[in-house]
Structure formats: structure tokens, C-alpha cells
Ligand binder design. Structure first.
Ligand SMILES: [Fe+2]
Ligand SMILES: [Fe+2]
Length: 187
């Protein structure tokens, strides 16, 4: 699922306000855990999905702890959730009838994981502090694995159509990003 590359201006804007990036990132990890658990609430009959999402939520709650520890080490302020219009704009494209709804939910999460992985990787390559670089590199590789978990579940739901729909949602995401201002946030 190739995504368009992040606008090159984003990294400079993010590096200029790392406090805001980390404060937002904490909530991204929390919401990733909640989203994984929400799929278990919706699809308890899919045993493979339940197991994969429980493990994924476990990873994401671990990431919440890691980002929280990073923020504490930096003695930086926390913030309430800034809101999530990026994810909301993607979720608007989730079709209602099942099983299209399940397919789209999985693919939207795959897009978000893929974008997160890219941007966490950009930070990993640019941060000055070695411990932060190491943390962001490990988070980026975890989010790549998560993207692939969602894609594998999507393939299981719709072997014939998941690839085409993934490409559609990737194109939709590119349009959403093109219409957003660039801010010191993960998305
Ligand atoms: Fe994560
Ligand atoms: Fe993730």
C-alpha cells in the first residue's frame, strides 16, 4: 500500500516544536490502542482479528508508556488531545454495509499506521538526542508491522478486492493531506 511521501516541509515544522509533536504523539498511540480494541468490540466472532487486535493494542499501550517517559525525561508539557480531523476525514470514507465496513476499517487503520511509520521514521532520522532517535526508530518499525497486520486481515476479508480498495483509500489520503495545513503533529 504505497502512500504519497510526506510534504518535505513537515519535518522542519515538527522539529521546530517537538513538545507539540510528542504531546500529540502520546494521544496517537492511545487512540491506536482504542481503535484496535474497538474492532474487537465490533467483530468478536473473528478469532484471528481478536487475537491480532489484542496484541496490537498491547503494543500501542506500550508505546503510550514509552512516549510518556520520553516527555517526562524532556520535562515537557503534556496536552489534551488536539482532536483528530485527519483520521475523521479518512473514516468518512468507510462504507456502511458489511463486510465492506470491516474491510474499510482495516484499510483505514493500515493507512494511518503506514503514515505514522513514515513520519516516525523521518523523526528517527533527524532528532539530535540519541535516545529519542532509537525510540522513534523502534516505533516506526512497529507501525510498519501493524500496517501489515491490518493488510493481512483485509486480505482475509476480501481476497479479490482489498488491493483495489487499498489503492483508493491511499489516493483519498493523499487528497486529505494536500488539503490540510502542515502542523507540528504526527498527522
Ligand atoms: Fe504505536
Ligand atoms: Fe501502530
Amino acid at each position: 500500500m504505497p502512500l504519497v511521501p510526506t510534504d518535505p516541509r513537515w519535518l522542519g515544522i515538527a522539529l521546530a516544536d517537538l513538545d507539540a509533536v510528542h504531546a500529540d504523539h502520546l494521544h496517537c498511540e492511545r487512540k491506536a490502542a482504542q481503535s484496535a480494541l474497538s474492532l474487537i468490540r465490533s467483530y468478536p466472532e473473528h478469532a484471528d482479528l481478536v487475537a491480532a487486535m489484542a496484541r496490537l493494542a498491547h503494543d500501542e499501550t506500550k508505546h503510550v508508556i514509552q512516549v510518556s517517559q520520553l516527555m517526562a525525561r524532556r520535562e515537557q508539557p503534556a496536552a489534551f488531545d488536539f482532536g483528530d480531523d485527519y483520521a475523521a476525514a479518512l473514516r468518512d470514507h468507510i462504507r456502511k454495509p458489511e463486510p465492506l465496513r470491516l474491510l474499510d476499517r482495516l484499510l483505514v487503520f493500515a493507512v494511518i499506521e503506514g503514515r505514522s511509520a513514515e513520519r516516525l521514521g523521518l523523526l528517527a532520522g533527524a532528532l539530535d538526542d540519541p535516545k529519542s532517535r532509537e525510540l522513534y526508530a523502534s516505533l516506526a518499525s512497529a507501525e510498519v508491522r501493524h500496517r501489515d497486520v491490518f493488510l493481512s486481515l483485509a486480505r482475509g476479508v476480501a481476497a479479490d478486492s482489498w488491493r483495489e480498495r487499498a489503492a483508493e483509500l491511499a489516493a483519498i489520503e493523499a487528497t486529505i493531506l494536500a488539503n490540510r495545513s502542515i502542523t507540528p503533529r504526527i498527522h
